[in-house]
Write a protein that binds this ligand. Structure first.
Ligand code: GLU
Length: 460
């Protein structure tokens, strides 16, 4: 007995040393890429129990291989504005891991985009996509282009220029981009048109998030937001809690937020606040999702306009204070690092019971520690927001079949996928001695499939 315990202790120390050394190598190789380092640290740290139990992964240098993208493409995107001025932006595509399927992941158009942001998103996508149970690898892309205030024709010219270059690197069996912040159905449409023109053939499965008229899938638009809520609902039910009757704060007012608000409301919760980069709205009667949809999806207006139509609601400048609103459930659906240690503590002191990450990496590492050390149920992004990319994979499947499934069919599949992700993550957390810790559970469940596929395919 003593010998076994001693052996386990040695393996644990070896695993810790291996993870530490692999992380230091990532820091050295990617200096100043703070977001990428943050995403890597969260995953690496949670894999210690896996390496202690299965030391063969260490001999395979699995972390060194996983944290180095298979390919990173950076390119020039020149475009002309409506006044005839020439602009140059930088475009990216990271093809991070193709062990279990073609690279898959969205495109983000936002001024904050740089190599670090793209790599953090691409790295997260590997594990998220694996968790969906669908055959999709990890990729991500985007540009530092700022769509805010641009005319429709400027957006179209930018998308066409972006795709002129990207088209050389993607394909339905190679790499399948989709939307993310700043890229929705309109942008996907312009890019699809340009891809088709350049390839001279109809390859429907090259992009997902397409319009319903030309190969898009029902429920893709709603999938990330609905998926987060299905996941949180499952997590709460498992612990004897209910979403029904709860007060919810949802940050953001983009695609993820809108459909999270819609689903929470449908399931009997009340969303009292949402935000954009200018500020947040507090509506004690419950946010009117139709107003948010019209303001954001149709008119491209600011959230400050909401109070014109709903004068009882209140608007506050600056968005980080949204976490000072007391709530039972917090759904950060805006962007990375929007909840820091201070906001996490504030949410806890106001009695939050569950947190579901709709955005990618919305909580800092310190905030995650605060949530895990308290009694809050914490649903990490890789698991909770995987519904979007899961339905993207269903869109690819429909495109391959040249068929379209009904709304009910896709929604039922989405629900089942979110339930499976919860079960797989919880089971992994139990198997590796961190029962109930979904951060560790999701990372381990996502990791094992990709790592085993990589090892089975030789030194790739
Ligand atoms: N951008 C989404 C994500 O972060 C969806 C990606 C996709 O559908 O490929 O997962």
């Amino acid at each position: 007995m003593k010998t076994i315990e001693k052996m386990e202790q040695t393996h644990l120390q070896e695993a810790q040393a291996y993870v530490q050394q692999a992380y230091e190598a990532v820091q050295k190789r990617n200096p100043n890429h703070v977001e990428f380092q943050q995403a890597v640290k969260e995953v690496f740290d949670s894999l210690v129990p896996v390496f202690a139990k299965h030391p063969h992964y260490m001999k395979q240098a699995i972390l060194e291989r996983l944290s180095e993208p298979e390919r990173l493409i950076s390119f020039r995107v020149p475009w002309v504005d409506d006044e005839g001025n020439i602009h140059v932006n930088r475009g990216f595509r990271v093809q991070f891991n193709s062990a279990i399927g073609p690279y898959k992941g969205g495109l983000r158009f936002h001024p904050s985009v740089n190599e670090s942001i793209i790599k953090f998103l691409g790295f997260e996508q590997i594990f998220k996509n694996s968790l969906t149970g669908q055959p999709i690898g990890g990729g991500k892309g985007g540009s530092d282009f700022d769509p805010k205030g641009k005319s429709d024709s400027e957006i179209m010219r930018f998308c066409q220029s972006f795709m002129s270059e990207l088209s050389q690197h993607i394909g339905p069996d190679l790499d399948v981009p989709a939307g993310d912040i700043g890229v929705g159905a309109r942008e996907v449409g312009y890019m699809f048109g340009q891809y088709k023109k350049m390839r001279g053939g109809y390859e429907a499965g090259v992009l997902t998030g397409k319009g319903l008229e030309y190969g898009g899938s029902l429920v893709r638009k709603e999938a990330t937001g609905y998926g987060v809520v299905y996941f949180v609902d499952e997590m709460m039910k498992d612990k004897g809690l209910s979403l029904q009757g709860s007060t919810v704060v949802v940050s953001g007012s983009g695609n993820v937020s809108i459909y999270a608000i819609e689903k929470v409301t449908e399931l009997g919760g009340k969303v009292v606040a949402c935000s954009d980069s200018g500020g947040y709205v507090y509506d004690s009667k419950g946010i009117n999702v139709d107003t948010v949809k019209r303001l954001k999806e149709v008119e491209q207006k600011r959230m400050s306009e909401y109070v014109q139509e709903h004068p009882h609601a209140e608007y506050y400048e600056g968005c980080s204070n949204i976490w000072s609103i007391p709530c039972d459930i917090a759904l950060p659906c805006a962007t990375q690092n929007e909840i820091d240690e201070y906001s996490a503590n504030l949410l806890i002191s106001n009695g939050v019971k569950a947190v579901g990450e709709g955005a990618n990496m919305p909580s800092t590492l310190e905030a995650i520690d605060v949530f895990l050390e308290s009694n809050v149920l914490f649903a990490p992004a890789k698991a909770a927001n995987a519904g979007g990319v899961a339905v993207s994979a269903l869109e690819m499947a429909q495109n391959s079949q040249r068929l379209s499934w009904t709304f009910e069919e896709v929604d039922a599949k989405l629900k089942a996928i979110m339930k499976n992700i919860y079960q797989d993550s919880i089971s992994a957390s139990e198997d590796y001695g961190t029962s109930g810790n979904l951060v560790v559970g999701a990372n381990i469940a996502g990791f094992k499939k990709v790592a085993d596929a990589m090892i089975a395919q030789g030194l790739i």
